[in-house]
Design a protein around this ligand. Sequence first.
Ligand SMILES: Nc1nc2c(ncn2[C@@H]2O[C@H](COP(=O)(O)OP(=O)(O)OP(=O)(O)O)[C@@H](O)[C@H]2O)c(=O)[nH]1
Length: 350
Amino acid sequence: MRKEFEVESHKLANSIDDARKRSILLFVSYITGSVMLVYGILHLFNHNHLLLLILFGCSAVFYGNVLFYHLTRRLNEACEFESILVGTFVLALVYQGGHENTALYWVFPFPAILFGLLGVRKALVMNIILLILLSVMLYVPGFIEAQYADAEKSRFLVSLSLVIIVSLINDFFRERSHMAMSQVQQSREKQANTDVLTRLVNRRFITVSLPKYLNQNPENFLPLAVIMCDLDHFKKLNDSYGHECGDLALKHVAQLFLDHLRQQDIACRSGGEEFLFLLPLCGVMDALHVAEKIRAALVETEFSYQGQPIPLTASFGVSLCKVSNGLDEAIKVADLKMYEAKQAGRNCVR
Ligand SMILES: Nc1nc2c(ncn2[C@@H]2O[C@H](COP(=O)(O)OP(=O)(O)OP(=O)(O)O)[C@@H](O)[C@H]2O)c(=O)[nH]1
């Protein structure tokens, strides 16, 4: 379960990157789509049917891609398609020469757009492919319609290579610093939610982080079984064998709890010798069974300190959280049941 939460926090960090991709996708699509549309309208009456087809077709494809994104929310696919569209557009422009042979100028924003849409690795590959294609187009005689001067061609390719290298350095370090920040954030979040002694999650996780996940995806949790567990006569153990022995006992039981819970269950050290288990998608009967299994395992598994076996038992209270805002109440009920178990003589489940 904790792994899932880490993935969740990683996803959160990536959402900033997605927002950047989305902005570039929308900007490039709407600008290019609109420019093509306006050019198409301006050329509507000059009877060049092929030009009209290209202009309106281009506009429709750019708008179509952004529509695809709005309908499906598949950002990566839309960005990949967008980069192929823009690449084809740029190559076609260089082939034809553009207005007054100015096509080469329009290639310069392309590397930055690619890095924005695709991320470092894919964008680098695409940029290299573009550079090779442009070199072939410009230097193989008769390959393209437009004519460019030799000095113009070489200066263009050198400047474009520089733009690609600078964009690469810029994006590589931006991506690295973003990753480092997200790792720091993740590890801070993890530390704040972890009990230092047992390495189980702490009360903060239950009160601050879990309700967020519970509200976002109740179907992944509810019904959520709650088991409150309190070690019996722990003060006596501390008094008889010392605090260090008490700490080792807490670590021992924490491991035992993890061994007896499912991967998706949450084991929390909610206080000194008090633990809370949260079992997603689990009914009361199953939770009673799990609590009983852990109680028995605690009795059967030997804990020893300095070669001396020390018996450990615990009392358990079980309740069920059925609605996403019902966790506090369910914890209170489990606590009351656990006190009932204490009253009933300890080492039992209620
Ligand atoms: N070693 C150690 N002891 C702790 C820690 N946290 C709390 N305790 C001790 O746990 C004991 C809890 O005592 P009580 O609340 O009286 O409960 P109990 O002795 O277990 O009695 P019942 O719960 O009624 O069975 C106290 O002596 C605390 O000092 C810890 O991190 N390490």
